[in-house]
Design a protein around this ligand. Structure first.
Ligand SMILES: [Zn+2]
Length: 404
């Protein structure tokens, strides 16, 4: 069994002391009789280009609901620190890695042992889970509506046949508007992404309708802290380096697949399932999905990670891999360089051999076949000219799949 010791992130104010109820929790005692606000998204058809729902203003979901309610919780003092006061800068260099100094996130906590060699572990009701969260941390319920437009209800009873999905604040935010999307909270699902929950996360990205609102997922072994199914999301008005990175389209045999999903591999980016820990980034309002298989925790458990990198205590989860580095020490923030970011992410990356294995699992699972002798086709969907920096993509051990 492989384990690492790390300081767990506190996602809810009830994480450390959640005994007893009588306080409007998200468990079966309180949630079914709650009247939390409900956002019912249009589920008939996804119009990625048209996020506005029915009679609601175009920016209602993101600005009024997510960010407006998030700020309201900030004013009520529910967060552990003021993330809006954290310093942030773009690290000079080709990629534009973003560094944030966040000294409040991990203080005053003892390291805990985490198992890192099992991506799927059974749900353990004795450990903290989101049914213990207080309803004041919840912004709204997020559920499929029956209309062909999105609707909002200020106060909505829970139907007996509905399993509520909730959007709650992360009390240790790493950015403005940092929230958790918890699918079917009462079902107590382990941290294991499934098609239904993934589609739910995509719907949230579509409703938000902003390229700056991203959702992310960390598997166990890839720095998820809590084994209860959840996604994270926040707003940051800068492109992530991974979104600007050059990609190489993987040519799919059209006869073998009727899907119009394009699959690409990241080039010139330092990161590269079957029990392989991974992170997922949902970006560009749900139009681009990045899948990052990773092995940092495994290497850490085996003592193969550079001591200097370990000392920074930075956990390369989905945000860090996407290029938003949350740093804990002033020294690391002041000295943050592209070289540091690159070294950290290189440690995350799988070997070429293992990456190829993962790629074939993914293609196999999607029923797609790769053309033999894959011709190189380079695409970039930003105006940044990264081609020059990309002339030696093979010098780096990885690449990762961009499901696009
Ligand atoms: Zn309760």
């Amino acid at each position: 069994m492989l384990t690492i010791k790390r300081v767990p992130t506190v996602l809810s104010n009830y994480q450390e002391n959640a005994s007893g109820c009588g306080r409007n929790c998200l468990g079966s005692c309180c949630l079914p009789v709650s009247k939390l606000p409900l956002y019912a998204f249009r589920s008939k058809e996804m119009h990625v280009t048209d996020p506005a729902g029915g009679d609601l203003p175009v920016d209602f979901f993101l600005n009024t609901l997510v960010l407006g309610q998030w700020e309201e919780r900030m004013n009520r003092g529910l967060f552990r620190y003021d993330v809006t006061a954290c310093e942030t800068k773009v690290i000079p260099g080709v990629h534009g890695f973003v560094a944030q100094l966040n000294e409040g996130r991990h203080l005053k906590k003892r390291p805990t042992e985490f198992r890192v060699d099992q991506v799927i572990q059974p749900f353990d009701p004795n450990k903290f889970n989101f049914t213990k969260v207080g309803q004041e941390e919840v912004l709204f319920r997020f559920e499929a509506g029956e209309e062909d437009k999105s609707c909002f209800f200020e106060s909505a009873p829970v139907d007996a046949d509905v399993l509520p999905n909730v959007v709650a604040i992360n009390v240790s935010p790493i950015e403005y508007g940092h929230v958790l999307l918890i699918p079917r909270v009462l079902e107590c699902l382990p941290q294991r992404i499934d098609p239904e929950s993934f589609l739910l996360a995509l719907h949230m990205a579509v409703e938000a309708g902003s390229p700056y609102f991203r959702l992310g997922y960390n598997s166990l072994g890839a720095f998820a802290t809590i084994n209860h199914l959840h996604f994270q999301a926040y707003y940051l008005a800068i492109p992530f380096p991974v979104e600007k990175a050059l990609t190489q389209k993987i040519k799919i045999d059209k006869d073998a697949s009727k899907s119009n999903v394009k699959i690409s591999r990241l080039l010139n980016y330092p990161v590269r399932d079957n029990n392989i820990p991974f992170n997922v980034l949902i970006s560009d309002s749900g139009k681009r999905i990045f899948l990052f298989p990773q092995c940092y925790a495994e290497k850490q458990a085996l003592g193969e990670v550079d001591q200097e990198l370990l000392e920074t205590q930075v956990n390369p989860a989905v945000w860090e891999i996407s290029g938003h580095m949350v740093l804990k020490r002033r020294k690391d923030y002041n000295e943050a360089s592209e070289d540091y970011a690159w070294r950290l992410l290189s440690e995350v990356s799988l070997s070429e051999e293992r990456f190829q294995e993962v790629k074939s699992y993914v293609l196999g699972a999607t029923g797609m076949m790769e053309f033999e002798n894959n011709p190189v086709e380079l695409t970039t969907n930003t105006e940044n000219n990264l081609l020059a920096a990309c002339t030696t993509p093979t010098q780096f051990p990885g690449g990762c799949l961009v499901l696009q």
